[in-house]
Design a protein around this ligand. Sequence first.
Ligand SMILES: [Zn+2]
Length: 48
Amino acid sequence: MSVKHIPTGEAHKGQKGGQTGCGFDTRENPSHWVNTDERITCDKNGCK
Ligand SMILES: [Zn+2]
């Protein structure tokens, strides 16, 4: 499972309602995030 940040199109490790692997809190801007099964494209620590 990954979670996509819609404004950037980047897919992070994690899921909507929690934190991404690299530390974004998806609860701050819930409308910016959507659960997806896309490949993770974020290359920051924790998502990779
Ligand atoms: Zn990330």
